[in-house]
Design a protein around this ligand. Structure first.
Ligand SMILES: Nc1ncnc2c1ncn2[C@@H]1O[C@H](COP(=O)(O)OP(=O)(O)OP(=O)(O)O)[C@@H](O)[C@H]1O
Ligand code: SF4
Ligand SMILES: [Mg+2]
Length: 324
């Protein structure tokens, strides 16, 4: 069965006064129905730009490559056709729910409006759907709470409202961009479990974007690791955690807090800073930060290669059993 979402050779370039910024460069990935792809990478690695490109939301940028949702090529659609698909077939949840909710309308009105726009439903039907959607995401007393305003909800509850808004039109694909970053750890776990449950119940395809590999471990089936706008490693989640091949992925894993760490252990971070997207150096973008870098790394840019189900872009990858 073809994947629900198939992205091939996606590139996004922003023309700026200082020159073109190549924010995403040659990305390819699939998301099956009922599957969750986790996209991880540091700040500025191109995660959000990728998700916006899938949704067709970049204006002023040069977007190339192919984005196929359920057999339909999205990059050739007109804005009006894309608008019809957004929300209805593919929906997005952002990091900051307060900025996505209107302060002057009740939560119920906002979810219902979404349903009315996409289905042309009557007011009363849309309102009932909104209450059902709030119930589905675990909001207690959904009928009463539908009549309240966003500021009357806690951060975690607002994020549930955003997920309810995304789900009310029964999309096939949900893109969640850092949906839990602003939340405390307990609420974060609840939201991730909610996404996983809804995904299983509905057979949704999910793209979950995060800079936190701990989040990926909890919900993703497949992982795409991005560095400087490119894919540096792609693998099923278990394989990635058991045998990370790329030094950058290894660095991300090493920076995860461990259960046996003493309570006052400072957070580890990968030393160095992300690469320039304006004037990319020849060779491997990770070389200045890589303990394994050799001359070849600075001269020749590595491309994704290796096992088809676990490719990596590194001249000296650490595959299990392969000397590095
Ligand atoms: N409109 C734009 N014009 C120019 N450059 C942009 C634009 N939007 C994004 N960029 C650049 O593209 C790069 C990738 O940005 P992106 O927002 O995708 O990062 P990210 O991985 O989502 O980071 P974060 O974890 O901080 O959300 C950044 O260097 C950013 O400065
Ligand atoms: S190609 Fe070289 S510099 Fe780049 S990640 Fe691999 S070993 Fe490190
Ligand atoms: Mg982002």
């Amino acid at each position: 069965m073809p994947p629900l979402l198939s992205v091939r050779d996606l590139s996004v370039v922003f023309p700026t006064r200082r020159g073109p910024v190549r924010a995403v460069d040659g990305l390819s990935f699939d998301v099956p129905r009922g599957g969750t792809l986790g996209i991880v990478g540091e700040s500025g690695s191109g995660k959000s730009v990728t998700s916006m490109a899938v949704m067709g939301l970049h204006t002023g940028a040069e977007v190339s490559g192919s984005v196929v949702l359920d057999g339909q090529e999205l990059t050739r659609l007109r804005e009006r056709e894309l608008n019809r698909l957004r929300g209805r077939r593919m929906a997005m949840v952002f990091q900051d729910p307060l900025s996505s909710l209107h302060p002057y309308y009740t939560v119920g009105e906002q979810i219902a409006e979404h349903h009315r726009v996409h289905f042309g439903s009557r007011r009363r039907v849309a309102r009932e759907r909104a209450v059902e959607a709030l119930a589905e995401v675990g909001i207690p007393e959904p009928r009463r709470r539908a009549g309240e305003y966003p500021h009357q909800f806690s951060g975690g509850m607002r994020q549930r409202v955003m997920i309810a808004t995304a789900l009310v039109c029964e999309p096939d694909l949900l893109i969640a961009d850092e949906p839990t970053t602003a939340l405390d750890v307990t609420v974060q776990a609840q939201i991730l479990d909610l996404i996983a449950r809804v995904q299983q119940d509905r057979g949704l395809g999910v793209v979950l974007i995060t800079h936190d590999l701990g989040v990926v471990a909890r919900v993703a089936h497949e992982v795409l690791v991005m560095y400087g706008g490119r894919a540096v490693e792609q693998a099923p989640v278990d394989a990635l955690f058991a045998a990370p091949a790329h030094p950058y992925t290894q660095g991300l894993l090493d920076s995860l807090p461990r259960l046996d760490d003493p309570a006052d252990t400072p957070l580890r971070a990968i030393p160095g800073s992300p690469p320039s997207l304006l004037a990319p150096a020849p060779g491997c973008a990770f070389a200045p930060r890589c303990a394994r870098a050799r001359d070849r790394c600075r001269e020749e840019r590595p491309v994704l290669s290796g096992p088809a189900d676990h490719p990596t872009a590194c001249h000296f990858p650490a595959y299990e059993g392969v000397a590095s």
